[in-house]
Design a protein around this ligand. Structure first.
Ligand code: AMP
Ligand code: GLY
Length: 420
């Protein structure tokens, strides 16, 4: 079949790598893609947030299956347009993607389905929000309602910090995303992510992972999109996974179906785990980046079968063949990220790295200039390895990094510390 992957990050390179290994994939197009994806697929420019444009592109290139990577096209309804045009699609509708796009909506679904999560209140004016914070005290969490590129959450350790966050949000620091604010109880515990495919009614878990959101070692420094990840996440034991599926995930899927907005795609659930009990922190309507890289490394070619079963409503009969393995990815970022950084610096040494089912360098913000690979984004490469143990995967990933010659980079040296 002819497959189109929308997106250009490390997440999409990892999806492309897994899909490409499956014999069902004849032609693979990535739009817009990056320098790494261009080595295994045809990359083409495309306005991926414009549904009618994506539909025409699929018709022109005889696309049989479209996989949507990032949240922006989902929130823009690209999956709706593709399905309406009869194109097999992986990714939820805009209505279903509200589980990521609106924190207030997710809370409403939790209330309706009885899923355990932090107590909360929802505000559209700052005076009432501030009165609530003063009454509740700190620590407390202030969240912009809408999509804010992962930056709309302030975990405030003091009341003053929380009050300032409310001012920032209503002053427009987060654009329209901050026009409504959710204020939540602070949850203590260990955080981990669970990835579950849903075809609208049936679900199939496809792995657990833990991200490292802070820029620097020891979880210091500013928040980023994620500096590294590993899978599985030991804190999500099989018992806790089952509780999460029974109490949180399946009730959410059932509630979405009941409302006539079935959830079809990957549900990325973030949990806070304490004393053996998971509570929902948030949902995302897409794969995590860089969590997807470690999931794909472990799933390999069968990822395409799972995504197809999801899109074709066959998940009830689908299964994953798990190996008892571990994967770990380290993000190489441009110095200065998540603030300002230099662009178009050259990365050397990539060609000499031998890549296989246990070692992959997934590209995120890269482009090619003739024979050269240039760093064009903040998060640039995801050096990913698989091993029989997490320590083995970690050693292998860091050994690969030593072969990459890119002086303008930085990376965390402690990915995996929590589990090791
Ligand atoms: P979110 O975008 O909702 O996932 O929030 C970003 C991060 O803020 C999460 O990954 C948590 O680390 C933290 N966070 C969010 N909500 C809470 C909460 N209620 N209690 C403690 N930490 C939270
Ligand atoms: N790595 C965090 C995210 O994808 O949202």
């Amino acid at each position: 079949m002819n497959i189109l992957i929308l997106g250009s990050g490390g997440r999409e390179h990892a999806l492309a790598w897994a899909v490409k290994q499956n014999p069902k994939c004849d032609t693979l197009i990535c739009a817009p893609g990056n320098a790494g994806m261009a080595q295994i697929a045809t990359c083409m420019p495309l306005d991926i947030n414009n549904g009618p444009t994506v539909v025409s592109f699929c018709a022109e290139h005889n696309i049989d299956f479209c996989i949507i990577g990032p949240e922006a096209p989902l929130a823009a309804g690209v999956a709706d347009d593709l399905r309406a045009a009869g194109i097999l699609t992986f990714g939820p509708s805009a209505q279903a993607a509200r589980l990521e796009a609106s924190k207030a909506f997710t809370k409403e679904i939790c209330d309706a389905s009885g899923a355990p999560t932090a107590a909360y209140a929802h505000f559209t004016d700052s005076k009432a929000a501030k009165a609530y914070i003063t009454e509740q005290g700190a620590p407390i969490v202030v969240k912009a309602d809408g999509l804010a590129a992962g930056k709309g959450v302030i975990v405030a350790m003091t009341v003053n910090e929380a009050l300032a966050a409310v001012d920032d949000m209503f002053d427009g620091s987060f654009g329209d995303a901050g026009a409504e604010v959710v204020i939540e109880e602070f949850m203590d515990g260990e955080e981990a992510s669970f990835f579950i495919l849903s075809d609208g009614t049936s679900i199939l878990p496809i792995g657990t992972a833990q991200d490292h959101k802070r820029a620097f070692d020891g979880d210091e420094g500013p928040n980023t999109g994620g500096m590294g990840a590993y899978s599985p996440a030991p804190v999500l034991t099989p018992e806790i996974q089952q509780i999460a599926l029974d109490q949180i995930v399946q009730p959410t899927i059932d509630e979405m179906a009941k409302r006539g907005t079935p959830y079809e795609g990957v549900l990325y659930a973030g949990f806070m785990i304490k004393d053996g009990h998971p509570r929902l922190v948030e949902y995302n309507a897409r794969f995590g980046d860089p969590e997807c890289q470690v999931l794909m490394m472990r799933l390999g070619a069968q990822a395409l079968d799972a995504l197809l079963a999801c899109a074709q409503h066959r998940l009830a009969d689908a299964k994953i063949n798990w190996a008892d393995d571990h994967a770990l990815t380290v993000v190489l970022a441009a110095k200065g990220y998540p603030g300002s950084y230099q662009k178009n610096t050259e990365i050397k040494g990539l060609d000499a790295i031998s890549q296989n089912s246990k070692a992959q360098v997934f590209h995120a913000g890269t482009s090619s200039d003739g024979d050269k690979t240039l760093a064009t984004g903040g998060r640039v490469l995801n050096v990913t390895a698989r091993g029989d143990t997490l320590a083995e995967a970690q050693n292998a990933a860091y050994a690969l990094i030593d072969q990459i010659n890119w002086p303008e980079r930085f990376h965390r040296k402690d990915i995996g510390w929590r589990a090791l």
